[in-house]
Design a binder for this molecule. Structure first.
Ligand code: EPZ
Length: 419
């Protein structure tokens, strides 16, 4: 198994480019199931999760090629089940249920099961599909869905679920009549999915607001779309500059979707400015303590919580982070404490007592964003930090250690057998 080794203490300098957004690319790739033909998606990042989804679509009968674009040929979708071994490794696979039912009238998809950060049920997805006339049976860990006539519905989401909103939007594109989603998620990745669906001929309004309206159409055409840059990767680079007292320029940064993240990072003392199309991130290395509460977009993103915690572990004073989206997204605390951080968890709140320095150690990644927080801490910890199980990192970051090395970090990937 791969691990990443960092010798801390280097301030990052230079320019780095952001890859395409994982959380935009995944639903857009699923949307190809809605139409027969050759689809082209550019800006797809090279990630384990993308490869897992490509494996699932191939299982369903799609032909996929990765050239400078990702090309998906859906002429021959002839399998309508998504097996547990694929869905459990990447829960966004559950998104295929809507498009399969909408296009073929049937689907059998494994329940995703939980993951490290929480139970992550899909009850709202299922309730919404039933509201559109889909018959649902759940047994032996699988959801079997069938539908003779998919009809538009007025759906109120109990909570603004990102995946739930995406599943309903895609399904409603081919329903008979109008679908209105109230309390919809507003994330930029949903705006991007709608942009891609529009290139297919979908009739959608309201994306990015809490009310989204979809007029069903009889047929869609192949999509041709460029994925937005990844706002979470961009935020991770901003923290990397902040924690190392660095001075970097970020290219391809989706700054318009990063208001809450940038506002909070500025509050810690990091200077963030737009300069000639690049984003300049400058830090003296002094970090102010702050209070953070994760919220659905446009609030502070839960996917930046672990990275923020790494930064605040070195702040002057005590910071507070409240995690309101997932019930178990503080697993990185124990590992950060092994690097010398002083963090206590009480229910949904982490109390972070700023320390003067961190000291390198061997730590274990437990989930995607936790991996990033351990690497960020290793950049500044005294001595050597070894992060194990970086397959978690590879799910959502495209060559992160290479990009950090180009910014001057002393970091490399090796095998645990070589340690
Ligand atoms: C998406 O997950 C993202 N993943 C997550 O990013 C992100 O953390 C999350 O949205 C919140 O922003 C992708 O887009 C592939 P949700 P998703 O449905 O869609 C509860 C990362 O690090 N819920 O908005 O699964 C659920 O338990 C990943 O890139 C229900 O109760 O998130 C959770 O507490 C991690 N019932 C909350 O809603 C449902 O039917 C938010 O979940 C659905 C969700």
């Amino acid at each position: 198994m791969d691990c990443i080794v960092i010798n801390g203490g280097k301030s990052l300098k230079g320019e780095v480019s952001v890859s395409g957004s994982k959380n935009a690319a995944l639903p857009i790739i699923v949307a190809t199931l809605l139409a027969n033909g050759n689809h082209k998606i550019s800006g797809v990042p090279n990630l384990r999760d993308i490869n897992t989804l490509a494996k699932l679509l191939t299982h369903l009968g799609a032909e996929i090629q990765f050239n400078e674009n990702m090309e998906v040929n859906t002429h021959n979708i002839n399998v309508f089940d998504a097996p547990y071994e694929l869905v459990r490794t990447m829960r966004a696979s559950f998104l295929v249920i809507g498009p399969l039912v909408a296009r073929f009238g049937k689907a059998r998809v494994s329940l995703p099961g939980g993951c490290a950060i929480g139970v992550r049920p899909v009850d709202i997805h299922i309730k919404s599909l039933e509201a559109m006339g889909v018959n649902i049976d759940i047994e032996q860990g699988y959801v079997t869905a069938s539908c003779d006539e998919l009809k538009g519905a007025h759906i109120y989401l109990d909570m603004p679920t990102v995946g739930g909103t995406e599943n309903i939007i895609m399904t409603a594109c081919l329903a008979k009549g109008t679908t209105v989603i109230e309390n919809a998620a507003r994330e930029p990745e949903i705006i991007d999915l709608v942009g891609a669906l529009r290139t297919m001929g979908a009739q959608i309004t309201g994306e990015g607001t809490g009310t989204i309206k979809i007029e069903g159409v009889l047929k869609l055409n192949p999509l041709n779309y460029a994925v937005i840059p990844d706002r979470i990767e961009a935020g991770t680079f901003m923290v990397a500059a902040g924690i190392t007292g660095g001075d970097i320029f970020i290219n391809n940064c989706p700054i318009k979707y990063m208001g809450a993240t940038i506002d909070k990072l500025r509050e810690t003392g990091i200077v963030i400015e737009e300069e000639n199309g690049l984003v300049h991130v400058l830090s003296s290395g002094k970090i102010n303590c702050v209070e953070v509460t994760t919220k659905p977009y446009p609030g502070f993103p839960t996917d930046m919580q672990a990275q923020m915690m790494a930064l605040l572990s070195l702040a002057d004073g005590t910071s507070i982070i409240r995690e309101t989206i997932f019930e178990n997204r503080f697993i990185h605390v124990a590992e950060l404490d092994r690097l010398g951080a002083s963090i206590k968890v009480e229910h949904d709140t982490a109390i972070i007592g700023g320390v003067k320095k961190l000291k390198g150690a061997t730590v274990m990644a437990t989930d995607l964003r936790a991996s990033a927080s351990l690497i960020l801490s290793g950049l500044v910890a005294e001595g050597k930090t070894t992060v194990l199980r970086v397959y978690h990192l590879d799910r959502g970051y495209d060559c992160l250690e290479e990009k950090l090395k180009l910014l001057g970090a002393d970091i490399y990937r090796t095998s645990e057998n070589n340690l």
